[in-house]
Design a protein around this ligand. Structure first.
Ligand SMILES: C[S@@+](CC[C@H](N)C(=O)[O-])C[C@H]1O[C@@H](n2cnc3c(N)ncnc32)[C@H](O)[C@@H]1O
Length: 312
């Protein structure tokens, strides 16, 4: 990362967070309450349904990358991202983020990574994507009402405005510049090489350690972050994981050691790894059992101990 590469390392604790992770494949109100009170855990289930089991104001910060609209098929019933209309998608995500707001402490922050997409240009089928099997969706959704074929939809900003209208404070739009972005075949516009990371808060004043990460020459971090995309070998071709370098600064700005970090769309557990490396507690939710298991393997590979939650 060009703008935050220097002193980020110095704030790192020397050991990983020592407590075991609880693996809970059928979370309950009781198990959720216990995990968010004093443990770390990865929970299997639908984000909104599981979040409803969390107590109010139990999480210090949230960092997540939800499924993008109409981009990937995660092959699981109940997944977000395959709604027929982009407006339904935004409403559904905003509903999940209402729950995120409820469980977030009043001085907490929400770091939301989201990318954009284009209307279909009249094509009904998405060509198979050899580089990324999960992108090979069989049907492209209709052009959303009010838009024309070939248009940039503006999903991140539509979502940001929806969250503002539901009471969130939109504090920053950080541009994630991807120096190694995929080439595109289009010849009538520039190649897209960025996504957004929005910083939202629940209140006007919130926990934010401005000195946690510094840019070059000790100056304050700016709002364009250059970070290469990464593929995770075990999940390769299945979905996008976010690079750990993108989320470490978010966690460092928004939380202190021992604080609880939440990712409601955990995927392969990148945020779990980042949070534990930084000495934070973590709780993540994932709908797809394959990715849930992938995250557990990844945490084991980090040297973290996993304790299985045994239901009644
Ligand atoms: C963009 S990926 C997250 C990747 C993650 N940031 C990482 O680095 O591995 C979005 C994830 O959301 C999951 N997902 C989709 N619908 C969900 C739902 N209703 N509840 C919880 N997770 C869901 C998908 O299975 C996918 O793993």
């Amino acid at each position: 990362m060009t703008d935050s590469e220097t002193t980020a390392q110095s704030a790192r604790p020397s050991t990983l967070f020592a407590e075991p992770f609880v693996a809970d494949d059928s979370p309950t109100v009781e198990s959720c309450a216990r995990i968010v009170e004093s443990e770390s855990g990865v929970l299997l289930g639908d984000a909104e349904r599981v979040l409803k089991m969390f107590p109010d104001q139990s999480v210090q910060m949230v960092v997540t990358s939800p499924p993008y609209w109409s981009l990937r098929d995660y092959h699981i019933d109940g997944q977000i991202g395959l709604e027929k209309s982009v407006y339904q998608y935004i409403e559904r995500l905003a509903d999940v983020f209402d729950e995120v707001k409820r469980v977030l402490k009043d001085d907490g922050t929400f770091w939301l990574n989201i990318g954009d997409s284009y209307t279909s240009g009249g094509r009904k089928w998405r060509a198979p994507d050899g580089k990324n099997r999960a992108r090979a969706m069989s049907v492209r959704p209709d052009t959303p009402e009010g838009l024309k074929p070939k248009e940039l939809i503006g999903v991140p900003w539509r979502l940001a405005f929806a969250l503002q209208s539901r009471g969130w404070y939109l504090r920053s739009d950080i541009v994630w510049d991807k120096p190694n972005c995929q080439p595109e075949s289009v010849k009538d516009r520039p190649t897209k090489c960025h996504e957004y990371m929005f910083l939202l808060s629940k209140s006007e004043r919130y926990k934010y350690d401005v000195d946690a990460v510094k840019g070059p020459n000790g100056r304050r971090i700016r709002d364009v972050w250059s970070v290469n995309t990464r593929s995770y070998k075990e999940a390769s071709g299945h979905f996008a994981i976010f690079p750990i370098e993108l989320i470490e600064p978010c966690i460092q700005f928004g939380s202190g050691e021992g604080d609880l970090v939440l990712d409601p769309f955990m995927g392969a557990g990148t945020s779990a790894v980042a949070a534990s490396r930084l000495g934070r507690r973590f709780v993540g939710i994932e709908l797809n059992p394959d990715y849930y298991n992938l995250s557990l393997n990844r945490l084991c590979a980090e040297g973290l101990f996993i304790r299985r939650e045994i239901g009644e």
